[in-house]
Design a protein around this ligand. Structure first.
Ligand code: 9MR
Length: 362
C-alpha cells in the first residue's frame, strides 16, 4: 500500500499543484517540520514541491532552537531548512525573532538569576537578531519580527519582553532586524487577528512604527480557524483594515480546527492545556461525511475570500502539510486525532485541494 502511494506521488511530481493554480494570486506556503526538510522521505518531498512555492520553519528558527544557551548558536537544522527551500526554488520565510514562547529563560535573567536589566535584555535582543538575520541575509525574504504581542482585548501581552522593556521592545526588534538585513521584509504576526479590539491595537502599533520610520511590510493573520470562527465578516474587515495601512496582508499559519473546544475559545494561545477524554477526541477513526462536507465548505469560503482579496494578500501559508504533522493533534489536549490541513496522514491531497485549484482557475 505504502509503496503504491509512494509511486503514485513521486510519478506525479511534475503534476499541477496548488502553487500552479494559486501562484499568480499569491505565494502558497507551508510550515515544515525538521523531519520534512531532511529529504529522507521522497513522498513528503514530492508533495511539498508539487504544491508549495514558499516555506517557513515550524520550529527550528525559534530562539530556543537557535540559541538555547547564551552565545551558543545551533545552526544545523535551520541551515538545512533554508537550503531545502533554495534547492527547490522556493521563497523562504523566517519565523520568529521575538516571541513570548519558545524563548529560553536565560534571555530574561542576569548572571545571578535576577531579572535582567533593560540594558542587558536589549543587548541580548540585538545580538540574537543581528546574528540570526545576519546569517541568512539575502536568503530569507522576510521575517516574523514580533509575534503575538497583544491579547485579544487589545492590551499588550504581559510577556517578559514587555515587562522588562515596556512596549518599546517592539520598536527595538524592528530596528535591529532592519539593521541586520536592510533588504529583508519585516512582518508583525498574531492570531485572532479578526477580533475587533485586537485589530485596532495592531493597526495602532503598525501606524506608530511606520510614523517612526520603521519598516513593516506585512501583517500576518495566523488564521488558526475553525468551523464557527472567525466570522467571515470580521475576517474580511481585518484584511481591509490591514491593507489600508499600506501593508501587505499575509495569511501565515492557516489550518482548520474541527475538534470540540474544551471551553469556548478560538485562536492559538499556546499555553492552554486540558485533560484528554474520549469525548473530546470524537474522530479517531475518521471524519463523518457531514463533518467533512462542512470543513470543505469552510476551506472554500476562506479561499474564495483570499481570491477576492488577492490584490491585498501576498502569501497564504498552511501551518503544516499533513494532518499527521499538525500541532493541532496536541493542542490544547495532547494525543487527539485532528484533521486541520489539506493533506491526509499519508500525504495524499484531500478532495478539497482539487476544489480549491478549480476555484482559482475559474
Ligand atoms: O506548530 C508549533 C508547534 O510544533 C510547537 O509545539 C508550538 C510551541 O509553541 O508552536 C507551534 O507553532 C506556533 C507558531 O510558532 C506561532 N503561532 C502559533 C503556532 C501554533 O501554536
Amino acid at each position: 500500500m505504502i509503496a503504491v502511494l509512494l509511486w503514485l506521488s513521486v510519478s506525479n511530481a511534475s503534476a499541477q499543484g496548488l502553487k500552479d493554480a494559486l501562484g499568480e494570486s499569491f505565494l502558497v506556503g507551508a510550515a515544515l517540520s525538521v523531519e520534512q526538510t531532511t529529504g529522507h522521505d521522497s513522498l513528503v518531498t514530492a508533495t511539498i514541491t508539487q504544491h508549495f512555492n514558499c516555506i517557513v520553519a515550524e520550529n527550528c528558527m525559534k530562539p530556543e532552537a537557535l540559541q538555547p544557551q547564551e552565545g551558543q548558536f545551533k545552526w544545523r537544522k535551520a541551515d538545512r531548512f533554508v537550503k531545502f527551500g533554495e534547492e527547490h526554488g522556493m521563497t523562504v520565510i523566517g519565523h520568529v525573532l521575538v516571541w513570548h514562547a519558545q524563548t529560553p529563560d536565560w534571555f530574561f535573567k542576569d548572571s545571578v538569576g535576577n531579572t535582567a536589566s533593560k540594558e542587558l535584555l536589549t543587548q541580548r535582543m540585538r545580538t540574537h537578531i543581528h546574528t540570526v538575520v545576519g546569517r541568512y541575509k539575502g536568503r530569507i525574504k522576510g521575517w516574523d519580527v514580533v509575534n503575538e504581542a497583544f491579547e485579544d482585548d487589545g492590551s499588550y501581552r504581559q510577556s517578559q519582553w514587555y515587562q522588562i522593556l515596556g512596549p518599546e521592545y517592539i520598536e527595538l526588534a524592528y530596528r535591529f532586524a532592519h539593521e541586520a538585513d536592510p533588504a529583508a521584509e519585516l512582518y508583525y504576526n498574531d492570531f485572532s487577528m479578526s477580533v475587533p479590539a485586537k485589530r485596532e491595537a495592531v493597526c495602532r502599533l503598525v501606524r506608530q512604527l511606520k510614523e517612526k520610520g520603521l519598516r513593516v511590510d506585512a501583517i500576518g493573520m495566523q488564521s488558526h480557524n475553525g468551523l464557527t470562527w472567525p466570522s467571515n465578516e470580521d475576517y474580511e474587515a481585518s484584511i481591509e483594515a490591514y491593507a489600508a495601512l499600506g501593508c501587505q496582508v499575509m495569511i501565515t499559519e492557516l489550518d482548520m480546527n474541527v475538534l470540540p473546544n474544551p471551553e469556548s475559545f478560538s485562536g492559538a494561545e499556546v499555553s492552554l492545556s486540558f485533560d484528554y477524554s474520549e469525548k473530546m477526541d470524537p474522530y479517531k477513526n475518521g471524519l463523518p461525511a457531514d463533518v467533512e462536507q462542512r470543513i470543505n465548505e469552510r476551506w472554500i469560503e476562506f479561499f474564495d475570500l483570499y481570491k477576492r482579496h488577492s490584490h491585498q494578500i501576498s502569501r497564504v501559508t498552511l501551518w503544516g502539510v499533513s494532518d499527521a504533522q499538525s500541532w493541532m493533534n496536541d493542542w490544547p489536549i495532547t494525543g487527539r486525532t485532528a484533521y486541520p490541513l489539506l493533506f491526509d496522514r499519508h500525504y495524499q491531497p484531500k478532495p478539497v485541494v482539487d476544489d480549491i485549484m478549480k476555484l482559482f482557475k475559474k
